[in-house]
Unconditional design. Structure first.
Length: 309
């Protein structure tokens, strides 16, 4: 264990004592739960960064500085320890690892491969979190969330680049993924598709026009299509159950709970009754339309079958 790693361990123990004192100390007796929770989260992030840094230091110390052989058979001697910036979920770290180099051959850092580090500076966990947020939010909002919760400052360009790099593996992921077991799927197959017009940045912006002609637009968009396939179970309902569900959706009282009002009229909101009537009418119209379309589609085929028989 080197002096650097011993110093980090000593700092971690001091910070852990501070963490315990933050919870059980005199000031904690008057603190609010929100103050303690926020403080713990911030302190745990700091300790996590120190522990991760200790891991990198110990792995670097244990890595051999003896000459290495490349895949082509060339021998690379140890040159120096070189710095690498690493963005983790705990924050930004600087780690040093052995670098092997030979003129006219090139250089390698074998510890990067042993640690599973990619070509960029971002950890897999941080990429996973930022990608997950980035597909549901605009990129600058994703950066705001990471900065607010973790204190990380990632540019919109870095978030966009990470998502674009990781999106390359989507097709290969689904290609190797086994198909779902039919016995575990529901009866109804649902296929959905939705398109969104994405404004495109033109290399050469068009000349501004005082007035657009028919069909002209100031911008240009390209459609981005999202699809989903899943199954749902059949939910069979009787007409009475359907009416009960519609009544509950419209917050209508049950038939038994309606109390007669003045003059024998039921104390039920007229607007809700009208809404229920409209809902029933729409369902009836949809059913009639389905029958009509079925007749248009299957009618000629049925007539032809009868004539042939």
């Amino acid at each position: 264990m080197t002096s650097n790693s011993k110093t980090i361990i000593q700092d971690i123990r001091q910070e852990f004592e501070m963490l315990l004192n933050f919870v059980v100390g005199e000031q904690a007796q008057k603190a609010t739960a929100d103050h303690i929770e926020r403080g713990l989260f911030k302190l745990l992030l700091a300790i996590g960064a120190k522990l991760l840094m200790l891991f990198f230091v110990m792995r670097s110390d244990a890595c051999s500085r003896d000459p290495i052989q490349t895949a082509t058979g060339a021998i690379l001697p140890y040159e120096r320890d070189t710095k690498r910036t690493y963005y983790s979920i705990f924050g930004k770290l600087s780690l040093y690892r052995p670098y092997f180099y030979k003129k006219e051959v090139g250089g390698e850092t074998p510890l990067d491969a042993a640690l599973g580090l990619g070509a960029d500076r971002y950890s897999d966990l941080l990429r996973e979190v930022s990608d997950y947020l980035g597909v549901y939010n605009v990129y600058h909002k994703t950066g705001d969330i990471l900065a607010r919760l973790l204190g990380l400052k990632l540019s919109t360009g870095a978030i966009e680049s990470n998502i674009a790099d990781d999106a390359v593996d989507v097709e290969s992921y689904y290609a190797q993924k086994p198909p779902p077991n039919p016995a575990e799927e529901a009866e109804i197959l649902v296929v959905q598709a939705d398109g969104k017009g994405v404004p495109m940045v033109l290399e050469k912006p068009p000349e501004p026009l005082a007035r657009l002609g028919k069909g002209q637009k100031r911008g240009r968009k390209q459609e981005a299509m999202v699809t989903s396939v899943y199954t749902i179970a059949v939910h069979i309902r009787t007409p009475r159950q359907w009416c009960d569900d519609a009544r509950a959706f419209l917050e209508l009282p049950s038939r038994e709970s309606i109390e007669p009002g003045p003059g024998g009229a039921a104390a039920v909101s007229r607007g809700r009754v009208v809404a229920l009537a409209v809902l029933v009418g729409l369902v009836a119209a949809a059913f009639a339309l389905g029958l009509w379309l079925a007749g248009r589609t299957l009618g000629p085929w049925l007539t032809r079958e009868r004539l042939e028989t």
